[in-house]
Write a protein that binds this ligand. Structure first.
Ligand code: ZN
Length: 151
C-alpha cells in the first residue's frame, strides 16, 4: 500500500497538530549555557530557546513561548532534531531545512520528521513561522554564552 498525496498531507498535518498540542522539550532549562529570544512580528510568534552546549555538541535543547501552530510545532520538532548534533551539523541542517521550505532542497537529504513542514512552501508568510525557532537557535549558538541568571 502506498500513500497517495492527500493521505501524506493528512499524515503531515497530524504530526504538526500533535507537536502543537503537546510540544516536546517545552520547558525552561536551568543549566542552559546558551539562551536566545525569537520574535516573528508578522504573525506574533514569540519564543525563548535554551541550549546546553557541551564540547561543541547540543547536549540538550528546549523552548518556551507562544505562537501559531506552525511555529510551535517547528520549535518542538527542531529541539528533537538537533539534540546530539554538533554546531556545524545544526547549521548545515538549518541551511538545508530553509532550502526545503523555499522549494530548493538538496536532493537526497533525509529530513526525518522535519519533512512534515515542507508544505509551508505553498504559504510564503508561514515560512517565517516555521524558521523562527531555527533563526533563534542560530543566534543562541553563535552568540556569547548567556550570563548567569540572577533570579
Ligand atoms: Zn506564526
Amino acid at each position: 500500500m502506498s500513500l497517495g498525496h492527500g493521505d501524506l498531507r493528512e499524515l503531515y498535518q497530524e504530526v504538526i497538530f500533535d507537536h502543537n498540542r503537546s510540544p516536546r522539550n517545552y520547558h525552561e532549562m536551568a543549566d542552559a549555557n546558551r539562551v536566545a529570544d525569537g520574535h516573528n512580528p508578522l504573525c506574533g510568534d514569540q519564543l525563548t530557546l535554551y541550549v546546553r552546549l557541551v564540547d561543541g555538541v547540543v547536549a540538550d535543547a528546549s523552548f518556551v513561548g507562544h505562537g501559531c501552530a506552525i511555529s510551535t510545532a517547528s520549535a518542538s520538532l527542531m529541539t528533537e532534531a538537533v539534540k546530539g548534533k554538533t554546531v556545524e551539523e545544526v547549521e548545515a541542517l538549518f541551511r538545508d531545512f530553509h532550502a526545503l521550505l523555499t522549494g530548493e532542497a538538496p536532493e537526497g537529504r533525509d529530513f526525518g520528521k522535519l519533512e512534515v513542514l515542507a508544505g509551508v512552501r505553498e504559504f510564503p508568510v508561514r515560512v517565517k513561522c516555521a524558521t523562527l525557532a531555527w533563526h533563534t537557535l542560530h543566534n543562541a549558538l553563535t552568540g556569547e554564552a548567556a550570563p548567569a541568571k540572577t533570579e
